[in-house]
Design a binder for this molecule. Structure first.
Ligand code: 6GU
Length: 244
C-alpha cells in the first residue's frame, strides 16, 4: 500500500515515520508513506494557499488550484481520495479495515481555514476522527494512517488483530505480566494455571464484563453465542451478589 498525505505541514509526519512499528513497516516495504506540500503547487510569488471568502466574513479559505494540482500530480485510477474534515463520517475500526484494502490512499488535510466547497467534488469520501475541533486535518490523517498501517499484512503479528479491542466488537480482556504479586495486588489465579481452556473462557468473560461496564453501547446490537450468554448471566449474578 501507498499513503500520500497532501498538507502544508509535512514536518508534522516526521516522527510518525521514524518511530516504532510504522518505521519498521516502511523499512520492510509494507507501506510507502509520502507527504506532498501543496504550497509547492502555488503559482503566485508569495505562495498563498488561501484567500478571503466570497460574501465576506472572518478567516480565510483554502483555494482550489494548489490543492487540486497537488492531487493531480499523484492521483491514478488506483487512488482513493480521503478528505479529513470535522464534517466527515466518524472514523471507526470498521472503516480502518475497509481503507486497508486500497492500493493507494490519498489524505487531504486542511488547516484552520475551511476548504473551498468545490474541492469536495474531487474526493471520494470525507472522514472526521470525532466530535471535537482540531486546528487541522494533520492529526486526523496521522490517526487514520496509523490505524490502517497496523492492519497491513506482516506489520504486526497476525494473531494480535484478533484480540484487538473493537475487532470482534468487545473491549480487550485484562493483561498481566511478572511479578505475580505487585504491592499486594495479585494476578488472577487462572492465568497462572496453564489450563488453556479455562484461560480462554476467563478472557472472554472479562472482555464481556469490561465492555458491559465501560462501553455498554457496543453490546446493543450484538448477537451473543450460547457461551457468551452463559458468561453474561454469571457476570450479572456476581454483580447482584456484590450489590446486596
Ligand atoms: Cl479530520 N479535522 C479537524 N480540523 N477537526 C477534526 C477532525 C478533522 N476530526 C475531528 N475533528
Amino acid at each position: 500500500m501507498k499513503i500520500s498525505v497532501i498538507t502544508i505541514f509535512p514536518e508534522f509526519f516526521d516522527s510518525f515515520q521514524t518511530t516504532s512499528i510504522i518505521k519498521r513497516a516502511i523499512e520492510n516495504k509494507k507501506v510507502e508513506f509520502e507527504t506532498i506540500d501543496f504550497r509547492d503547487f502555488t503559482l503566485d510569488k508569495h505562495r498563498h494557499v488561501d484567500d478571503t471568502p466570497y460574501g465576506g466574513g472572518q478567516g480565510m479559505v483554502l483555494a482550489c488550484q494548489p490543492i487540486i494540482d497537488a492531487l493531480r500530480s499523484i492521483q491514478s485510477e488506483r487512488s482513493h481520495v480521503v478528505m479529513l474534515t470535522p464534517q466527515g463520517n466518524t472514523f471507526s475500526q470498521k472503516k480502518a479495515v475497509s481503507l486497508s484494502r486500497y492500493d493507494h490512499l490519498i489524505f487531504l488535510c486542511g488547516h484552520y481555514e475551511g476548504f473551498d466547497e468545490r474541492i469536495r467534488s474531487y474526493v471520494d469520501e470525507e472522514i472526521s476522527i470525532g466530535d471535537y475541533v482540531l486546528t487541522g486535518g494533520e492529526p486526523a490523517a496521522l490517526v487514520v494512517s496509523d490505524a490502517v498501517i497496523r492492519l497491513l499484512d506482516g506489520v504486526i503479528l497476525e494473531d494480535s488483530h484478533e484480540d484487538d479491542s473493537f475487532s470482534d466488537g468487545l473491549l480487550e480482556y485484562p493483561q498481566y505480566t511478572k511479578p505475580a504479586v505487585f504491592e499486594g495486588k495479585k494476578v488472577p489465579e487462572v492465568l497462572l494455571s496453564g489450563h488453556h481452556a479455562n484461560i480462554r473462557r476467563w478472557r472472554l468473560k472479562e472482555s464481556l464484563r469490561k465492555t458491559m461496564q465501560k462501553r455498554p453501547d457496543l453490546l446493543e446490537n450484538r448477537t451473543f453465542t450460547k457461551e457468551e450468554e452463559k458468561l453474561l448471566t454469571e457476570i450479572k449474578e456476581e454483580t447482584d451478589v456484590k450489590d446486596q
